[in-house]
Design a protein around this ligand. Sequence first.
Ligand SMILES: NC(=O)c1ccc[n+]([C@@H]2O[C@H](COP(=O)([O-])OP(=O)(O)OC[C@H]3O[C@@H](n4cnc5c(N)ncnc54)[C@H](OP(=O)(O)O)[C@@H]3O)[C@@H](O)[C@H]2O)c1
Length: 329
Amino acid sequence: MNQSCYAMIVTKLGGPEVMSYTSMEMPIPKKNEVLVEQTAIGVNFVDIYLRAGQSHAHNPEPPFITGVHAIGIVKFIGKDVTEVKVGDRVTYTNAGVGTYCSHVAVASDRLVLVPPHLSDERVAAGFVRVMTAQYLLKQMRPLMQGDKVLIHAAAGGTGQVLVQWAKRMGLEVFATAGSDEKVNFVKTLGADHVINYKTQNFVSEIAKITNGKGIKVVFESVGKDTFMGSLECLEPKGLAINFGTASGQVENFALQTLHSKSLWICRPTLRTYIADKRDLQSMAKETFEILGDSTFRLDIEATLPLKEAVKAHSMIESRSTKGAVVLIP
Ligand SMILES: NC(=O)c1ccc[n+]([C@@H]2O[C@H](COP(=O)([O-])OP(=O)(O)OC[C@H]3O[C@@H](n4cnc5c(N)ncnc54)[C@H](OP(=O)(O)O)[C@@H]3O)[C@@H](O)[C@H]2O)c1
């Protein structure tokens, strides 16, 4: 094994430049852990919240390693480990370890074996996003063919997965994106109505298209800039799922706002949905089926060396990406 071991360390909370490429001690796995030599790292928006200190109660204090997802090869197993063996290719997310590094010691019950036909890059780009789309579309509210849903930031990594999966479920998809180029891209994914929410008022556009009837569920990942408008787009008893805060957190929200249309809101996280090992494995199985379908698009905007993580974050925060960014240690 190559014994050199390195990481992008968040030296203090702040912009992308607070991350610094540093060598580190090889992690030593405990008896229930394995040592993973990482081959690809998925960049997800939560990595930015953590680096900037916007991740609520569980934000670590610097110095720490950001990132929640990676793929790699098992190099060593602790004495109590039964789930995997040396040489297995595995992936993991939300396992309580930072992932912007070459090696990690990770609890074996958080690992999922990666099917051999899937490339590291595709799993890095899609695993967290498809897992997220799985619980959002399948576990939150029963959705039937023809139901209307709204997906914000639909050209992004998670947005493009949601749009395609929602269309496969026969839903009528309303989508937003932040430029005309992104709008055109989202149309190619099959969305029925795509709105540039930088140049158009998405609330009045949706009211116009639905004759004021509104939509059943909003998949709301933008937060501060769109959340109140999203509530206006809902039909009576509609559901707003705030699963991300790319523009900032929703603050000073008055519960009474929900009263007149009997609206529902929730604020879920993938971490809860995969906390149980059986749920993790069954959602991963469905996720790999999606990832194994070559007709399911998962665009990778850039594959960069780990030491260029600063550039990766800058690209995402400047809203110039369509699809995913992947880091290679
Ligand atoms: N709760 C969960 O379980 C869970 C799991 C995974 C992801 N998420 C959330 O899902 C969302 C998408 O994650 P992702 O990793 O796939 O990222 P992404 O969608 O590739 O990037 C975020 C997108 O948000 C939009 N955006 C709107 N306002 C923004 C702002 N002020 N700054 C930056 N971007 C802004 C941009 O698209 P436009 O330019 O088109 O507006 C941008 O491309 C994030 O909010 C993330 O937190 C949640």
